[in-house]
Structures are given as structure tokens and as C-alpha cells.
Design a protein around this ligand. Structure first.
Ligand code: GLY
Ligand code: MN
Ligand code: MN
Length: 448
């Protein structure tokens, strides 16, 4: 696959036909169980800042994006009727304040019966006449956008669609490989900027330039932390000045291709060998966990196994002492690794359906004591998920261990050593296969 991210990419076009068949089949099933004849998928509309005429960056309805790679098309609708070519009501307003969507173009157009409209009144003409047979899927903050359809996001249909989205089509996998490629180029540029002593803000700009994204186009706000900032899990402040002394760099940043995200984290040492050794240990732990990903594996077990392996890293690095089970039970590993091992990835960075046991809507809880784990499902072929173990010096969490049985298991002098480096997280995007896996992230770096 080349790195053509455009909607002219012929390789994506070849896969898109089958993708639409799959999405249509999911909607056939959802409509049948919801007892309706037409699914209307609304793309969404921009939101306004409070008491202001300023529009927030537009975030499309992910259900709409699963039908078509149209991430900048507010006030538009897909009308799906089983057995019929889906209708795309393509809203092209007459507006001289903003850029309006151009003529529909790209590998996806053949799969739709496209009706370009210029007013919202024209939208109504292309919707099924009998609104009682319709369900509408989308974020509705203004009733006029439902055009009289009363069944908004019925749970039965939403559960079916969310559960199904956990498994990716070949088209989605191809888009996600490209998203990984795009982000890998950004990570390479960001590492170079770090090695050249640039500030967090400048590293961020180097990343955005390399991936060719504006800030709102990123899948999530870049996390770019030098030194102790690496310990703030969602650090997005970007100091404008480089620190006087450079020690470490943590970057968690992704990219988007046709609405599909990548989500990649790397950690670097600026020459300190002891911190580099810790990164190397976390790297081999992360690769070990990745190598366990395959069909039938319970992700909750991967998460718990990661804690046991982190316990060993803590012992080897002299950050803690004790056997792995004790370090787990006393909360030592959770203080150093306080987030989940990972999550489903797709149109949404934390993709939907991570807790679903079935399409009926029953859910699987995270293991007790691990409330931040966002994926509890047994892995299926062609799921894409992240594997992102971390290890940080977070004083707020470590201080909670004082006065508990955990306190004596922590080597506080080594915590003092780690604190100025912040922390480590290594995150890859992995596709699940039978007795195997595809590491989209490592492949992307290798192909640069
Ligand atoms: N970048 C957010 C996450 O890793 O989940
Ligand atoms: Mn991430
Ligand atoms: Mn992630």
C-alpha cells in the first residue's frame, strides 16, 4: 500500500465495495431487530461556543463515517433501505462565509445514490415519506434535524452496530494502516525535533507538519511531554521554551485517514543510560504482551498479566521490592501503571463496544480494582486494539501508598531518581488474527 491518503487512492476503492456490503448487512440486522424499514444516519452539525457565534471544530457522527469517508459534511444524511443502494443526501449550502463541500468525488461515490441539496427544506424531499418506519442515528441537538422521525438512536440498533464495529473490514484495516504510516512519519519528525533540543510546542509543530494535520484534524490532542511532564497522562500544555536540561520525551500522537485513527506512543531518553535501560525493559514487556494477542484471548487477562510483568520491571529497576502478586494486591503496580492496557481503535480513538459481551447490549465489567480498563472483550479476528503499558512517577498516586502495606514495598529513593524523567508509555496498534497478529505500528515505522 502506498501512502496516498487521498480519496483517489485506488487500493481503498477496491476494498470499499465489500465494506459497504458489510455495513449494509449490519444495518439490515439492526433494522430487523429494531422493527423499522429505513435507517437514516445524520452526519451532525457544528456546535457553537456559549453566547458566541464561534463554531467549534466539527466532529462527524462516527456512524456516518462508517458509511462514507466524509468527515467534513455537516447537515447531511444517509438513507439506507435494505436491498436498495444507499442514498446520500449531500448538503452543500450556499454560504460565502465558509468553504462549502465541493462536488462529491472519490473512490466512494459509486456506492451511493447521491442527491446534492442546497437547503434543509430539500433534505426533507429525499427522506422516506413515512417517517414512522424510520430510525435516525446521530447526535440530535435540534429537533428540526430529525424531520419528524421520532425513533432516535434506538438502543437495539445502536448495540448491534456498536458491537459489530469492534471487528474491522479490509477497507477499514487498509485505512488504519495508512493512519499508522502517517503518524509514524510524525513520530520520526518529533523525535528528531526532541534530539535537536526544541521545545514541546516546536516538537508539536514538527509533528503536525510531518503528518499534514491541523490541530483539529488530529484524532486527539497531541500529548508531548519533556522530562517530568511525561508523568501527566494527558499532558497537552506545550511549554514554549525548551527546558534547560533535557532528560526525556514522551509522545502520544496519532493521525487520521478517511476518518480512521492511529494512536501511538513512544518514550525516549536524552542520553541517560539508566532511564534508557528502563525504556528497553518496558519495550520488551510491551512486545511480549503484543505477542500474546490472538483470537480467543481475554483482554482482561492480558491487562492483569501486564501488571504482573510490570511488577517484575519495578523489582529489576529497584523501584519496588516483593513478589509480583503482592505488588499487585497492595496496589503498587497500579500506582506506577494507573491506566488500562489499551482499547479498541477505529473511527473513534477509544472505539465503541469495548465492554460489550454481545450485540444484545450485555456488558463485561473490568476486573475489580482496574476501573480504567476500556476493553474487556474476548478478542476476535480483525479487531484492532492498542497495547500501551506504562510506568510513571505520579506523586499523587504514590503518596496514597503511604501508611498502607504497600509503603514498604516501594523504594522511595529510586522514585526520586525517576521523577525528573516523568514516565514511559509504549503504544502500538495491533490487529487480531488466528494464532497471530499484525502490528500496524511497527510495520508502519519499518516501511518509512
Ligand atoms: N491517546 C489516548 C490513548 O492512548 O488512549
Ligand atoms: Mn495514545
Ligand atoms: Mn491509546
Amino acid at each position: 500500500m502506498n501512502d496516498d491518503y487521498s480519496d483517489k487512492n485506488p487500493a481503498l476503492g477496491a476494498l470499499f465495495v465489500e465494506h459497504i456490503e458489510t455495513v449494509a448487512a449490519r444495518h439490515d440486522h439492526a433494522l430487523e431487530l429494531a422493527g423499522a424499514s429505513h435507517a437514516i444516519i445524520y452526519s451532525g452539525n457544528p456546535k457553537f461556543a456559549f453566547l458566541d457565534d464561534y463554531q467549534m471544530p466539527f466532529k462527524p457522527n462516527p456512524h456516518f463515517v462508517s458509511w462514507a469517508p466524509l468527515t467534513r459534511l455537516p447537515y447531511s444524511y444517509i438513507v439506507y433501505t435494505p436491498g436498495k443502494k444507499p442514498v446520500l443526501i449531500y448538503y452543500q449550502p450556499r454560504d460565502y462565509w465558509h468553504v462549502v463541500p465541493g462536488s462529491p468525488e472519490g473512490f466512494w461515490t459509486n456506492q451511493f445514490d447521491i442527491r446534492v441539496v442546497h437547503t434543509t427544506d430539500d433534505v426533507a424531499k429525499h427522506l422516506p415519506r413515512n417517517r414512522d418506519n424510520c430510525i435516525i442515528i446521530g447526535e440530535i441537538d435540534d429537533d428540526t434535524n430529525t424531520f419528524g422521525i421520532e425513533r432516535v438512536n434506538p438502543t437495539t440498533a445502536i448495540n448491534i452496530l456498536h458491537y459489530a464495529r469492534g471487528v474491522k473490514t479490509q477497507y477499514e484495516l487498509a485505512a488504519m494502516r495508512l493512519a499508522s504510516r502517517r503518524a509514524a512519519a510524525g513520530h520520526t519528525a518529533a523525535e528528531a525535533a526532541f534530539r535537536n533540543g526544541l521545545s514541546e510546542y516546536e516538537i508539536h509543530r514538527a509533528y503536525c507538519k510531518a503528518v499534514s494535520h491541523t490541530d483539529p484534524e488530529l484524532p486527539y490532542g497531541n500529548i508531548i511531554g519533556l522530562n517530568h511532564h511525561g508523568a501527566v497522562l494527558h499532558y497537552t500544555d506545550f511549554d514554549r521554551q525548551a527546558p534547560a536540561e533535557l532528560r526525556s520525551f514522551l509522545i502520544d500522537a496519532g493521525a487520521v485517514v478517511h476518518g480512521y485513527a492511529s494512536d501511538i506512543t513512544r518514550a525516549y531518553s536524552f542520553g541517560d543510560q539508566r532511564f534508557q535501560d528502563l525504556i528497553d525493559q518496558m519495550e520488551s514487556l510491551q512486545q511480549d504482551i503484543v505477542s500474546r494477542v490472538s483470537v480467543g484471548v481475554d483482554y482482561r487477562e492480558l491487562h492483569i498479566n501486564t501488571h504482573k510483568m510490570i511488577a517484575q520491571v519495578l523489582v529489576d529497576a529497584e523501584l519496588a521490592a516483593g513478589d509480583p502478586d503482592t505488588l499487585l494486591e497492595t496496589g503498587v503496580t497500579s500506582a506506577f501503571f494507573p491506566h488500562g492496557l489499551g482499547h479498541l481503535l477505529g473511527i473513534q480513538v477509544h472505539d465503541v463496544g469495548g465492554f460489550m459481551e454481545s450485540e444484545g447490549g450485555t456488558t463485561i465489567d473490568p476486573p475489580s480494582g482496574h476501573p480504567f480498563l476500556r476493553l474487556t472483550r474476548v478478542l476476535e479476528e480483525n479487531m484492532v486494539l492498542t497495547i500501551e503499558p506504562g510506568l510513571y512517577a505520579i506523586d499523587m498516586l504514590l503518596e496514597n501508598l503511604r501508611g498502607t502495606p504497600a509503603e514498604n514495598h516501594v523504594n522511595w529513593n529510586t522514585v526520586d531518581w525517576l521523577r525528573p524523567f516523568g514516565g514511559i508509555r509504549i503504544e502500538d496498534n495491533v490487529r487480531v488474527l488466528v494464532n497471530d497478529r499484525e502490528n500496524l505500528t511497527r510495520d508502519a515505522f519499518a516501511q518509512l
